[in-house]
Ligand binder design. Structure first.
Ligand SMILES: [Ca+2]
Ligand SMILES: [Ca+2]
Length: 246
């Protein structure tokens, strides 16, 4: 009932014309997976980013998205929520989203978020920070975080059409990982990723420097439990904008 009412109000100002076009192509990564190697006692921060490309050519809708459901899958025996994250408000967990409109449901391994604001749809063309979550590493080893967009949608604005058009195939989701406050790959811990981080990794591989446990975790950008040249290459790819996330 609430959705229909909002649409009725919106229709007064909306341009006429059908907006109920169907997607014709799809982005590839509405699911994503990232492995990291952590040591017991480290704090892992996972920042979830989502964007939704413009799937609709009708200007009356544009790229405004009214709702997104997204989740993060993890092994709860390896990564447990910190007290800070457990006690955080939705506004603190999802600082870039319109307030009061986020629901968070969590079971053992999955946290599911839903953002819905039919009255104030939001442009998700650029990456948006959807949540920042802190975890305690409960054991040493490789663990995997898998975020997923379950649904991204807008309300159609055409007369007699208050259905929801699915944008999910056009959405992409990514993770930015921090360990003990340092971004994955930031091996010299100066809060920026530069070529000197790749050099630190290469020095470690060559035995010129010994990597301490935190640096070892930060250096393993591929998340396979080993520090190799592939990790340095990943840092260089990030610096060169070949990849958007380490
Ligand atoms: Ca750095
Ligand atoms: Ca590695």
């Amino acid at each position: 009932m609430k959705i229909k009412k909002v649409v009725a109000i919106a229709l007064v100002a909306a341009a006429a014309g059908c907006s109920c076009l169907f997607p014709t192509s799809a982005a590839e990564n509405s699911t994503y997976s990232k492995s990291i190697s952590v040591k017991e006692g480290q704090v892992v921060t996972a920042k979830i980013y989502v964007n939704v490309d413009n799937p609709v050519s009708d200007d009356s809708v544009g790229n405004l998205v009214s709702g997104i459901e997204y989740g993060l899958l993890r092994d709860h025996e390896a990564l447990s929520f910190t007290e800070k994250t457990l006690n955080a408000s939705p506004e603190e967990l999802c600082p870039d989203l319109p307030n009061t409109l986020i629901n968070l449901h969590s079971n053992e391994n999955e946290s599911l978020f839903s953002f819905m604001d039919v009255a104030n749809p939001k442009d998700f063309t650029d990456l948006q920070l959807m949540a920042s979550l802190d975890f305690n590493a409960e054991k040493t080893g490789i663990t995997t975080l898998s975020p997923k967009v379950r649904r991204a949608s807008h309300l159609n604005m055409a007369p007699d059409d208050d259905t929801i058009t699915d944008h999910t195939p056009y959405s992409s989701i990514n993770l930015e990982i921090y360990i003990d406050g340092y971004m994955l790959g930031d091996c010299d811990k100066n809060t920026v990723i530069t070529v000197s981080d790749a050099i630190e990794i290469q020095k470690g591989i060559a035995g010129i420097t010994e990597l301490d446990p935190l640096t070892e975790s930060l250096a393993d950008t591929t998340g396979d439990g080993l520090v190799t040249v592939a990790d340095a290459i990943r840092v260089q790819q990030y610096i060169s904008n070949i990849i958007g996330f380490i």
